[in-house]
Design a protein around this ligand. Structure first.
Ligand SMILES: CC(C)(COP(=O)(O)OP(=O)(O)OC[C@H]1O[C@@H](n2cnc3c(N)ncnc32)[C@H](O)[C@@H]1OP(=O)(O)O)[C@@H](O)C(=O)NCCC(=O)NCCS
Length: 177
């Protein structure tokens, strides 16, 4: 069963269960800032036999590109419980996250981990080919280390992205991309 719900509709117990699954799935590489980054928007949660088996979140961010602001649906915390991998659950939560992005935002974006790259490429997400920046409190800051892992999604009917241009994300604590 797939559920889509805002953070506000997750009970404290449900939040704890989702966080536990993410901690397990990312094998210790999921911190409090990462958790914070997936709150405040929509969660897509796959549940099988009362167990949370997969998760993805879409949060709104503001990006700069081609001299304008873009409302970005940023996909965070995509993970499948280690015991439930290879059965299409990542594809299922991503399909729903993509529906949310396509119908609510100017573009989609995400930061791919090494193990996530293949999933996103197969689903048509596009690797950014230009330079990435963040709008830090002291002004635009280059984020060269994030160029390779940044993927975008052109939404149907949306404006064209210049993939070799610059893409600037808003600022946040923790990993900005
Ligand atoms: C990445 C992850 C979510 C994939 O979960 P999964 O259960 O294997 O995914 P699915 O079974 O839904 O596979 C979806 C598709 O992606 C493909 N795929 C999944 N991982 C892949 C990889 N590493 N390389 C290439 N293709 C991959 C599958 O073959 C499948 O393709 P198909 O639809 O053409 O058959 C899972 O390995 C995970 O949770 N990893 C740890 C957390 C993480 O890194 N998340 C990504 C954050 S960016």
């Amino acid at each position: 069963m797939l559920r889509t719900l805002p953070t506000a509709d997750l009970t404290a117990a449900e939040r704890a269960v989702v966080r536990q699954m993410l901690d397990l799935a990312f094998a210790g590489n999921f911190g409090d800032a990462d958790w914070d980054h997936c709150l405040g928007g929509l969660h897509v949660v796959a549940v099988e036999r009362d167990e949370v088996v997969a998760h993805a979140a879409v949060v709104q961010r503001s990006f700069l590109h081609a001299e304008r602001a873009w409302r970005c649906g940023y996909v965070e915390a995509v993970a499948v419980h280690p015991r439930w991998r290879g059965q299409g659950f990542a594809a299922a939560v991503m399909a729903e996250a993509e529906r949310i992005v396509d119908h609510g935002y100017d573009l989609g974006a995400l930061a791919a981990s090494a193990s996530g790259r293949g999933l996103y490429l197969r689903r048509g997400w596009l690797p950014w080919q230009g330079h990435t920046f963040t709008l830090s409190p002291t002004g635009p800051r280059r984020t060269a280390e994030d160029d390779d892992g940044t993927f975008v999604r052109v939404v149907p009917g949306g404006a064209d992205l210049h993939l070799t241009g610059t893409l600037t994300c808003d600022w946040r604590d923790g990993d900005v991309w």
